[in-house]
Write a protein that binds this ligand. Structure first.
Ligand SMILES: [Zn+2]
Length: 313
């Protein structure tokens, strides 16, 4: 079934790139609404934007930039950046419908993870709705490759996310993780895993006027001697776990639960968006179905697998 929030949630924080305070007001929404962003204050350089021009649905085909984060926009020049951790929190908790009012151009970075969003949503509570969840069931394998980078989707009854990263920096090195998006696992296994960067990349971005709000309060920073954050890592493989958190956020832009197995090698926002575009360009590779099963029910993988296979057979 579909879910929304039980009540409106408010959150504030700084934008990673602008270093400005941004306020989010997230409202419950009707079944089939999806996640839609609405800019409620516009910068002077945007000119006149009317209320009806302020909406941007969180969908893969509204993605206009993926170089540093995932950015969506509409034809009136309204853009919202860094949506991926918030989108991961929605999908991770199984929230299908919400209206996100935002008074700046980027979603606040919070601590660099999805933790603050998850906590705020859990505090507000979730509301089950009287409509089945839309699921995009993968029927055949889709692969998107670019050089040594690879992202793929293949059939699976359980929504699964697998990934590998490979960095020359020995403190990140090679890490793999395998994750099932059921039973509230997102909250326990991925939600508080933070974004990360190499010190030299941060210095370069800041010299170019980017990541002005970036600090060790909202990212793991790694240099040649290891993790620079005083408190260290939250878990030994926080890097790859964060990559999968990003992937869940990026795939949430498919507009429904992706029922399949995602796998990436050296993946990122650009690869994820191209993979989703390729999926929707290949009609034989998926079907849209109604899902009445609750994936966040009892704490048993077997139960979910059996219930899903019955529901899908
Ligand atoms: Zn991220």
């Amino acid at each position: 079934m579909q879910y929304t929030l039980s009540q409106t949630v408010s959150l504030s924080g700084i934008g990673l790139h602008s270093a400005e305070i941004v306020n989010l007001t997230i409202h419950p929404a009707d079944p089939h609404h999806g996640i839609i962003f609405k800019r409620i204050k516009h910068s002077k350089d945007q000119g006149q934007i009317t209320e009806t021009q302020s909406y941007v649905p969180a969908l893969y085909n509204n993605v206009i930039d993926t170089r540093l984060c995932t950015v969506i926009g509409n034809e009136h020049g309204v853009t919202i950046s860094t949506i991926e951790h918030l989108m991961a929190a929605f999908r991770g908790l199984g929230i299908d419908n919400a209206l996100v009012e935002i008074d700046g151009m980027e979603v606040p970075i919070m601590d660099g993870s999805a933790d603050a969003f998850v906590k705020a949503f859990e505090e507000a509570g979730l509301q089950q709705q009287s409509a089945p969840r839309k699921a995009i069931r993968i029927l055949e394998e889709i692969i998107y490759e670019e050089g040594d980078k690879r992202a793929s989707l293949k059939p699976s009854i359980i929504p699964t996310y697998k990934g590998t990263i490979q960095y020359d920096n020995p403190f990140i090195g090679e890490q793999s993780f395998d994750f099932k998006l059921i039973n509230g696992n997102f909250k326990h296994d991925l939600a508080d895993c933070r974004t990360f960067c190499l010190l030299q990349d941060v210095q370069m971005m800041q010299a170019n006027g980017l990541a002005q709000g970036g600090s060790m309060d909202n990212a793991i920073v790694v240099d040649d001697n290891g993790v620079m954050n005083e408190a260290g890592l939250r878990c030994h493989n926080e890097f790859i776990r964060h990559k999968l958190l990003d992937a869940i956020g990026d795939l949430a832009l498919a507009g429904g639960l992706v029922l399949g197995e995602y796998e990436s090698h050296k993946g990122g926002h650009a690869m994820n968006n191209k993979l989703v575009r390729k999926l929707f360009d290949t009609p034989s590779a998926y079907e849209v179905i109604d899902l009445y099963v609750d994936l966040h029910a009892p704490d048993q993988d077997v139960y979910v697998a059996e219930t899903l296979s019955k529901a899908l057979s």
